[in-house]
Design a protein around this ligand. Sequence first.
Ligand code: AMP
Length: 433
Amino acid sequence: MTPQRDGTTAGRDGGASRVLVLNSGSSSVKYQLIDMTDGSRPAAGLVERIGERTSSLHHTPADGEPRTVERPFTDHGEALTAVADELAADGTGLDSPQLAAIGHRVVHGGRRFTDPTVVDEEVLAEIERLVPLAPLHNPANLTGIRTARALNPGLPQVAVFDTAFHTTVPEYAARYAVDVETADRHQVRRYGFHGTSHAYVSRRTARLLGREPEDVNVIVLHLGNGASASAVAGGRCVETSMGLTPLEGLVMGTRSGDLDPAVILHLHRVAGMDIDAIDELLNKRSGLVGLCGDNDMREIRRRIDAGEAPGAVDRGGEDAARARLAFDAYTHRLRKYIGAYCAVLGRVDAVAFTAGVGENSAEVRAAAIGGLEQLGLEIDPALNAARSREPRVVSPEYARTAVAVVPTDEELEIAAQTYRLVAGEPGTATGGT
Ligand code: AMP
């Protein structure tokens, strides 16, 4: 079945097999056009610095030269109109009969949105109601949806929520141990984020092991600039490290992750910092950048290697020592979460590393798994060091639990969820993810 302009479905020969995935940030829009028959990407691009004088659009068609449009886009409306123009110039515009729907990444779906949802007025109002939970992201996501709707009112628009995969976390794990009435009045609980990535990677890991998602328990470590862990039992998320906001959990590029909540009270009462200053400290000047001044794991490893190499001229020891501290704090937190999630799951079939750091840093993987042999976790150094874009197992064959590297593909997951909803089938591109 393939969807038609009015959102109904028609036979497979109808030809609408593509989904445009839009990820609208506060001053940017990322997009990918994905064909669900084979997973090909006829076009992709990025609009940056929306609202500034130096905004630009980078458009990359699969069958042509990349193009850059440099002019001020005052708002998301202008930016998306320019994206639609670039797509139309390639014959893949928003009125193309091949386009089945637009899939929008929406950061916060609260408790209400447990699945991808076709957007209507009521859904828009509900996403608006959730703005206090994601004040930076949901307004941008809403603007993206409203603009896309205005550009082609007949095209189905689907909201895919970053929180949805985590709505299966049991109540005792989702609830913070604070007064229930206060918490409920203000919607305070664990929501979790990066859900499309955790969903995609946990299923892809099951397939890598040659098993069904329903039959395996997986710990997913999404280690990008933001980072989160999840415990997935038989395809359902049962625990995740991010909470009310993406600040909780692992050490991240610029975010602290877990800390004693009294640190905030202390900084306010004793250091005299106001709430906005503490917010900025914990979200922008903490994590790796707070510990050593760099948030890029490549640079941190370079500093460590330069300082610790035999015969290295130690420039006061500061540079390498601080980078080493950041690396050790990062991997120590990871090990703690892996151990905790082994306890949560009981039986673990695989630990999967994904996103920028997880896919690329053999050192982080080795340090996070090192010393966990008692839990059945080991790494094969040669497999771990080999570079590849393909999902792969990096543990020795005899290990009780597989350690895997599984590149994430949030856009494909959003497209698959969108397509499944409007076409009633997952599309062959995903192998049914
Ligand atoms: P993401 O948010 O998934 O795009 O990940 C971005 C982060 O991945 C960067 O900040 C880097 O720290 C990290 N990263 C990217 N490439 C590498 C690499 N080759 N080795 C180590 N870390 C990397």
